[in-house]
Design a protein around this ligand. Sequence first.
Ligand SMILES: *Cc1c(COP(=O)(O)O)cnc(C)c1O
Length: 493
Amino acid sequence: MDYISTRNNKISVSSSFAITHGIAADGGLFMPVGIPELSADDFENLCAMTYIERAAFVLKKYLTDFSDDEIRACVEGAYTRSFENDNPAPLAALGADTRVIELWHGPTCAFKDLALQLLPYLMTTASKHVADGKKIVIPVATSGDTGKAALEGFKDVENTEIIVFYPSDGVSPAQKLQMSTQEGSNVHVFGIVGNFDDAQSGVKKIFTDESVIGKLAANGYEFSSANSINWGRLVPQIVYYISAYCDMKNEGVDLSDGFNITVPTGNFGNILAAYFAKAMGLPVNKLICASNKNKILTDFINTGKYDKNRDFYTTISPSMDILISSNLERMLYLLSGDDNYVARLQNELMTLGRYEVTDGIKNKLGEIFYGGYCDDAKTLETISSLYHDFGYLCDTHTAVAVTVANEYKVKTGDKRPMVIASTASPYKFTKSVLKALGEEVPEDEFEAIGKLSAVTGAPVPSPIANLCGKKVRFAEVIDKSAIKDAVYSSLNM
Ligand SMILES: *Cc1c(COP(=O)(O)O)cnc(C)c1O
């Protein structure tokens, strides 16, 4: 399987190259040239497998320059010990035909762990294939969860340095603590004055800056990415949608008419992985894209116009406070099949802050996706009603998804089974969850965590409990224009 750039399909590289480099030289994103299709037999076999076996099976379809043994070693390394259960993506039932796929039982309590526990293995293996002997430097822009998951995945991984930039005032207290107390000898963390889009634009800019690349190379380094622009982040996410289907099937859920998937969406990575699963043959009817008040994707799906010239809101679901959804670029390529067209749209986005797709693409988009959003008040209401109706405690991002999934069911009358991606533990957003339950909210984060556990009986995940009393190692906040200098200083250059 070869990989091309979304902005130039004459660039053609191996999966190892795509994973070690992260982003194409022209600023485009790497895409497999085709999407492998699974047969009915394949699905039957997958249903009888463990999660690790399912992951190996799916990865093999895309990472064709990895040997079977290499893939096996990667998935076993990633999923054997780091998650609470053998199945890192277990299902919880909300009534007869809705399932929540809980993607937060890993070391940082967010779905990013599913990909970022695996990515270091993929990257070090891939790096041997392309064998240029350089050390890998990974600058990461995060809206809160990717940063911690990447730090935890790459800490002390040989020949890598990881440098995280998060919006100083745009993450939850638990998220900030998780990052500022990170251990490891190759980790660097900076708050920036600005929002996630500033961090992401700053990081993307140095990726393709010849002078930075040259200076790094002279010091024996090269860039890669742990953000979801890296194909190595997306392919592990395809696995859990296929796995959820198998688990439901094994449970006896009637999937003969297909099912729907709702994903709380920011950078469009998670829902794009669900689209790949669908395109591989998973019987998915509709993909429901759920946004918070930053509803740029809802508007795009409904109007075909993507326009980031709008107010930016800081919400209680901060991991979705994003106006530039990077992975949409891959979807535009899949829908148009036209690299020049994608390059033109991305250029318009960069210069004008907006673009509009053709009617043909807008219609295709509407066939595949349903877009909806909800505000903070509705998010809190849903947390409360889920808890009271089902005894189920969820975080703010998951609550956005549940709200939009319910809206979709009411608006369309579609009664197919629904899978909802639950992307973070409620204990990463404890104060909002306590507020939703109508409780007094203590000022101190750990007091709040203890209270939520006392009120609900839901166990505090050990990675959160263990944060208490940890030493803060990284407190530096920099201007968004200083990202390049922060990279240099982290590498002692
Ligand atoms: C990252 C994140 C999202 C958004 O996922 P994308 O792949 O960026 O669309 C949603 N919820 C949580 C908790 C996250 O950490």
